[in-house]
Design a protein around this ligand. Structure first.
Ligand code: ADP
Length: 602
């Protein structure tokens, strides 16, 4: 993703191309929106010019001359009717169609971004530069899209108005153009001002993020307990304060320089240019009497607008640049080629899942996390992968699910490299309950199905909840399986306990057809006996699929068809419980030690 310091130097060609990219995207999302918007802005601009400039000039120049009252009133009336109609149309357009169309654009851009977010591999979340751009692409896309449209509206309005004023002033007296040009001289100063102000803002961003993190910690439910049970609030307030103070220091930097630059440019464009033009026109009108009264009024009236348009053109360019930077980020994000590639094969017959001499290293890590791992899991086999924390068990699961691909070696399913299968279809063959599973702030129904569903699935959801042992609890809620989890969006929402949440996560496993079920220590809140019972229930319910259960507790592995003991990223031992106990190796000694602790030696 792009580097902010480098951002400031985005070439003009890229700025233009980025803005066109967004316009194309908007047009795709809502055909016609862009064109209608431009037409309305051309109309607004021209009607302002005609009414407040041309009409004013016509009336004042007509006073004292032989102005005909009737044609004037008729023209005014026609104009008034036209204004009434256009005002009605524009209000209807902006209040109804425009907001709806804009919403369509937001929805389209969000959908494109979300789809891409789904595609990028897990490793991207560990790459800070990419992650930063990724977060910006998602979090800023609505505001930025709105800003881009506003900027284009402003440009259209200003360019039309400026051109009309410019032509009129040239007709009245070409010498007046000198005063119009004056603000152009300060444009480079404005550009410099904007650059310094922008880089100051960029510098504050890192502190803003730190500040926002402290802020989040205070309102996110995840941290609520720790905040109350520890002295973290004091530490978080300190972090918040430090980030704010660092920002104060940055904001103080160049403060005087910016003030002087702002003053000079304002003096030239907002005082010198209008005042000069006013004195000149008054002299021409009252002194040498070569300028008509109406022309004088028009000059005084429009010089300010002309000067402002020119001075602010630097601001508008800056906005274009800023928008272009966001679009650059978005384009880079959308054009990112995921490292986990799609395959073409459909899953057909059932088969074994096999790891052949797999090595795996995380991006940026020095050592391999998995080293020469070879494992075979039969279609209906119940396999336990055990080992101490940090042995590489969860990493192995991530590779099985193609969240990462092996650095060396291969994983096959039914004899085919898993890379050859369609990714979604392959992943869908698994049901996974992770160690750090999440319950979504949606209904129980949604949390069990974890996909779009309809009424026909209700019975399935009920039976899944029954199998996981959570149904009695859900039945006690007024809205039963339509109850929303958490009270974040619904006063009638319910909060489940840790153990109940686990049961809800496990209910999902029963709601679909699986080829393999992976349980990555989802039962950490259960005691060894409850964990054992949960595994046994699942073994009973999932007879026709493979089960891979990961645990550091060996008691759950006793009845597995096969056990793999992982140690330091390798398979240290494998076999059935009986074989491994007879071997009297690492597994046997670990098992005896754990059993002793729980006082349940067979
Ligand atoms: P286990 O599930 O057996 O507890 P893990 O597979 O979670 O072990 O971790 C194995 C090793 O890989 C640990 O040393 C851990 O620090 C490292 N590790 C895990 N996830 C990442 C990651 N995303 N990036 C770098 N190293 C990681």
């Amino acid at each position: 993703m792009i580097n902010k310091e480098k951002d400031i130097k985005l070439p003009l060609k890229r700025i233009i191309s980025n803005n066109f990219f967004m316009i194309k995207m908007m047009n795709k999302a809502s055909p016609g929106l862009f064109l209608i918007n431009i037409l309305f802005n051309v109309w607004f601009s021209l009607s302002d010019f005609i009414f407040y400039t041309l009409m004013l000039r016509y009336i004042i120049n007509g006073i004292g001359r032989d102005i005909k009252f009737l044609p004037l009133v008729t023209t005014l009336l026609v104009w008034l009717v036209l204004q009434i109609i256009m005002r009605f149309l524009s209000d209807l357009y902006y209040q109804k169609y425009y907001s709806m169309k804009l919403n369509e654009v937001f929805r389209y851009v969000h959908t494109v971004v979300y789809k891409k977010a789904e595609e990028v591999e897990l490793g991207c979340y560990e790459n800070p530069k990419f992650y930063d751009g990724f977060v910006k692409a998602i979090s800023e896309c609505q505001n930025r899209t709105g800003q881009i449209i506003n900027t284009i509206n402003q440009v259209v309005y200003r360019v039309v108005h400026f051109s009309a004023d410019f032509i009129l002033l040239t007709v009245i007296d070409p010498f007046l153009l000198l005063f119009v040009i004056l603000p152009v001289l300060v444009a480079p100063l404005k550009v410099k001002f904007n650059k310094i102000a922008y880089s100051r803002t960029v510098k504050t961003q890192i502190n803003n993020r730190r500040r926002d993190y402290s802020q989040r910690v205070f309102y996110l439910a995840d941290y609520a307990k720790e905040l109350r049970l520890t002295n973290m609030p004091g530490l978080m307030i300190k972090c918040f304060r430090e980030a704010s103070l660092k920002n104060m220091k940055i904001l103080k930097e160049h403060g005087v320089k910016l003030a002087v630059m702002a003053y000079i440019s304002a003096f030239i464009s907002e005082i010198l240019a209008p005042l000069g033009a006013t004195f000149y026109s008054v002299w021409k009108t009252l002194g040498v009497k070569t300028m008509a009264y109406g022309d004088c009024v028009v000059v005084i009236n429009s010089i300010d607008n002309l000067a402002n348009t020119l001075t602010n053109s630097a601001d508008i360019l800056m906005k274009f640049q800023e928008n272009a930077l966001f679009i650059e980020n978005l384009r880079e994000f959308l054009s990112y080629e995921p490292k986990i590639k799609e395959g073409e094969l459909c899953l057909k017959e059932k088969g074994s899942l096999v790891l052949n001499n797999v090595f795996f290293k995380y991006d940026g890590a020095k050592d391999y996390t998995l080293k020469n791992v070879s494992i075979e899991i039969g279609p209906n086999e119940k396999v336990a992968i055990v080992g101490h924390n940090g042995a590489g068990k969860s990493t192995l699961v991530k590779l099985l699910l193609r969240l990462y691909d092996p650095t060396r070696g291969s994983i096959t399913y039914a004899g085919q490299n898993v890379k050859n299968y369609r990714l979604k279809e392959f992943r869908n063959a698994f049901s996974v309950v992770m160690q750090d599973f999440h319950i979504f702030a949606m209904s129980v129904f949604d949390n069990v199905m974890l996909k779009k569903h309809n009424e026909e699935n209700r019975e399935k959801v009920k039976s899944s909840l029954e199998k996981s042992g959570l149904y009695p609890k859900i039945e006690s809620f007024a809205n039963k399986e339509d109850t929303i989890m958490t009270r974040e969006f619904d006063d009638k929402g319910e909060q489940l306990s840790g153990g109940e949440q686990q049961k809800l996560a496990i209910a999902h496993v029963y709601s679909k057809e699986n080829r393999f079920v992976i349980l990555d220590e989802p039962s950490s809140a259960l005691d060894p006996i409850a964990e054992y019972e949960m595994y046994e229930r699942m073994r009973e319910a999932c007879k026709d699929c493979g089960i891979i259960f990961i645990s550091h507790r060996l008691s759950s592995a006793v009845t597995a068809d096969k056990i793999y003991l992982m140690e330091d990223g390798t398979v240290a031992e494998s076999g059935t419980h009986r074989q491994l106990m007879e071997k009297k190796g690492k597994y046997a000694s670990m098992f005896l030690k754990q059993a002793e602790n729980y006082g349940e030696v067979e």
